[in-house]
Design a protein around this ligand. Structure first.
Ligand SMILES: Cc1ncc(COP(=O)(O)O)c(C=O)c1O
Length: 386
């Protein structure tokens, strides 16, 4: 049997990984500033993480949500404390799309309404309502198309006000990324997030903060929306939560009530997933990784801004983007195959940096040196048109 061919892949096979580095089968070392798409939060194969999952696997790997799983309560307690939201409640699932799907559904159960507001350039996942709320018609199948999702311009407070004035009473939820990831590292302004918060409260709609990519400390705060001083009704999270183990969740403000059967999952919150998620939070806390993301990310952005060829350096913490001029559009590929550095991209010409939150300053310096070397080599080969 062959694989269903949906991914354009790089011709590299990773066989070993540690911290911010991975190795291919020829033993070549790569600096990983992509983190397997923002997933590696505490670093590859962190010893505490490996130990905790291994110990758990030797006890019990899985049992369903029909019995007590004290690890879930331990995780909820720790997550509540570290995220600064001890009075929220936790529902565990398996992926970012599933987290958003559950959040949108929960909001609709809560207020009995159907309309969802989403924004231009957003990405919320590939399941039915999550993909309908995503601003990319190429990945929305006919069966996913719905009149229940309205797309408004991102960071446009006036358009949001106008929409709510006309349709606030029918609006179930507003879903927004604090920093758009797939859309190209676009930060929601504090004013925009505050307007969402205010309008959702006024019209009894749910504010859903999609923190799947920008959450879990990546921005230098636990949730990137925290920079705006707002509290969402539901936060969705996934990528960094398990450092690669598939675990996701939503945390839910106290005013949204649970009832039996409202949400559910077979695998969500299983013993191994909880062990992975607990190990991640323990390392984030012990190694002060949120502060490290703020510090190393701030340094990296300051230094990138000194490289004149890189345009619109932006982001927060270790969620960084910059645009490339036309003559450097192959830079990401050259960094990978020439300098052995993984970075991410966003169409058409953005490089995204999404490394482990444990990235060290010396790794940032290695990257800064390599990117300048590569730019000079590329310009030497094909000088920029002045
Ligand atoms: C902001 C955001 N939301 C949701 C998702 C979907 O997550 P998953 O691929 O785990 O379903 C992603 C994935 O890139 C994302 O970046």
């Amino acid at each position: 049997m062959k694989l269903f061919d949906v991914y354009p892949i790089n011709d590299i096979t990773v066989v070993k990984a540690k911290g911010s580095y991975v190795w291919d089968q020829e033993g070549q070392q790569y600096l990983d500033l992509y983190g397997g798409h923002a997933v590696i939060s505490i670093g590859h194969t962190h010893p505490h993480y490996v130990q905790r999952i291994t110990d758990q696997l030797n006890k019990v790997g899985f049992y369903s949500n029909s019995i007590h799983i004290p690890l879930q309560e331990e995780l909820a307690e720790k997550l509540g404390r570290i995220s600064g939201r001890p009075d929220y409640r936790l529902f565990l699932c398996n992926s970012g799309a599933e987290a958003n799907e559950n959040a949108l559904k929960l909001a609709s159960f809560h207020n009995g309404r159907k309309k969802v507001v989403a924004f231009s350039k957003s990405f919320h996942g590939r399941t039915s309502l999550a993909v309908a709320a995503t601003d990319n018609p190429a990945i929305v199948a006919p069966v996913n198309q719905t009149d229940n999702v309205v797309s408004l311009p991102f960071n446009d407070e006036a358009a949001l006000e106008e929409y709510f004035a006309a349709h606030g009473g029918e609006t179930s939820s507003v879903i927004v990324e604090g920093i758009q990831g797939v859309g190209g590292i676009n930060e929601a302004s504090a004013g925009f997030l505050q307007a969402i918060s205010r309008l959702c409260k006024k019209y009894n709609a749910a504010f859903i903060a999609d923190s799947v990519q920008c959450g879990y400390g990546r921005s230098g705060k636990f949730f990137s929306q925290d920079y705006a001083g707002v509290d969402a009704d539901i936060y969705t999270m996934a990528k960094g939560m398990g450092n690669g183990f598939p675990v996701a969740g939503i945390i839910i403000a106290p005013q949204l009530q649970a009832r039996h059967g409202m949400l559910g999952t077979t695998f969500g919150g299983n013993h191994l997933a909880c062990a992975a998620a607990l190990a991640v939070l323990e390392v984030i806390e012990q190694e002060r990784l949120i502060a490290n993301a703020a510090e190393v990310g701030g340094y990296l952005m300051d230094e990138l801004r000194k490289i004149p060829q890189l345009k619109r350096v932006r982001g927060k913490g270790l969620m960084i983007g910059f645009d490339l001029p036309e003559h450097l559009k192959e830079l990401r590929k050259n960094l990978l195959f020439g300098q052995r550095i993984f970075t991410g991209e966003a169409k058409p010409n953005t490089i995204r940096l999404l490394p482990s939150l444990a990235l060290r300053k010396k790794d940032a310096d290695a990257f800064l040196e390599a990117i300048q070397e590569e730019i000079h080599a590329m310009e030497g080969a094909a000088p920029a048109v002045k």
